[in-house]
Design a protein around this ligand. Structure first.
Ligand SMILES: [Zn+2]
Length: 280
């Protein structure tokens, strides 16, 4: 299985970054897409990938990374960042532009800045034909309008989908993939997601932890009698918890977990270009 969103450079992993990865691999996570919220983070991810030589180390998952500027960081986005991003895309371990998008829920950067920052990254992705990794929260369909204005989108994923049924169908009409996190286990916040998740075709579904954020809810997992690993913490999510999220999701979809994992792993390989992983 492949986790398509881990914020590995987050300070919550400062003390045990490598152990987190070893635990992920032994729990069955063969590949991880590291997420970047700024171009600096993308460079840190890249350095980490090169230094740990994860492709050649059998005790670690294969690592790739995104490069881009998150809507929260949009006020930092400068004109010369377009060149800096284009330059980063030459690295083989960078397999998508992102996280980019709109977040009007928190509005940490002014909305006009978010729109410009997103639009410019979408244009680069379309021109360079590199996948887009999109963060969308409470944008009232503006994210979709920006994506729709392009003639031909590259493969695009709406990660950590938490929107409405209407938004979901707009994303699917644009051909987007949809990323599902442990949000689905949340008794209250996950209600809408649980209602609409079966509308997502399996060949458009990707799974992710968004670690260290969004740890799956202990009460919901216990209710389904899932065995929690000794390393389980509600305070910090990590990629080794992805098997719990996928079992919970498979249960919601009334599928065997193996069937869900086979298809979502193949989707992630096709989408991001993981090379060392045979679907299993
Ligand atoms: Zn995000």
């Amino acid at each position: 299985m492949i986790d398509i969103c881990v914020n590995l450079m987050h300070q919550q992993f400062d003390k045990d970054r490598l152990e987190v990865l070893v635990r992920a691999k032994s729990s069955g996570v063969q590949g991880i897409l590291l997420c970047a919220d700024t171009l600096d983070t993308a460079e840190e991810n890249l350095k980490f990938i090169n230094e740990t030589n994860t492709r050649e180390n059998p005790s670690l998952p294969e690592l790739l990374t995104t490069a881009g500027t998150h809507p929260h960081e949009a006020s930092q986005w400068r004109n010369d960042d377009k060149d800096r991003l284009r330059c980063l895309l030459k690295e083989t371990s960078i397999s998508a532009i992102g996280e980019c998008g709109l977040d009007f829920y928190r509005d940490i950067s002014p909305s006009e800045k978010q729109i410009v920052c997103f639009q410019e990254q979408v244009e680069i992705a379309c021109k360079e034909r590199i996948p887009l990794f999109v963060h969308d929260r409470d944008s009232e369909s503006l994210t979709n309008q920006i994506l729709k204005s392009q003639k031909a989108l590259p493969p695009t994923v709406i990660h950590c989908f938490t929107g409405t049924e209407k938004e979901l169908h707009e994303h699917l009409d644009l051909g987007c993939y949809i990323g599902i996190t442990g949000w689905i286990t949340d008794p209250t916040r996950g209600q809408t997601l649980r209602k609409v998740v079966s509308d997502i075709p399996l060949n458009k579904m990707l799974i992710e932890t968004d670690a260290p954020f969004l740890a799956p809810k202990r009460s919901a997992l216990e209710e389904k009698h899932f065995a929690l690993p000794v390393s389980f913490r509600s305070s910090r999510n990590e990629p080794s918890f992805l098997p719990l999220i996928s079992s919970f999701l498979a249960n919601e979809l009334q599928l065997e977990t193996t069937e869900l994992l086979e298809q979502t792993t193949q989707n992630a390989i096709d989408f991001f270009g993981f090379t060392k992983i045979g679907a299993n």
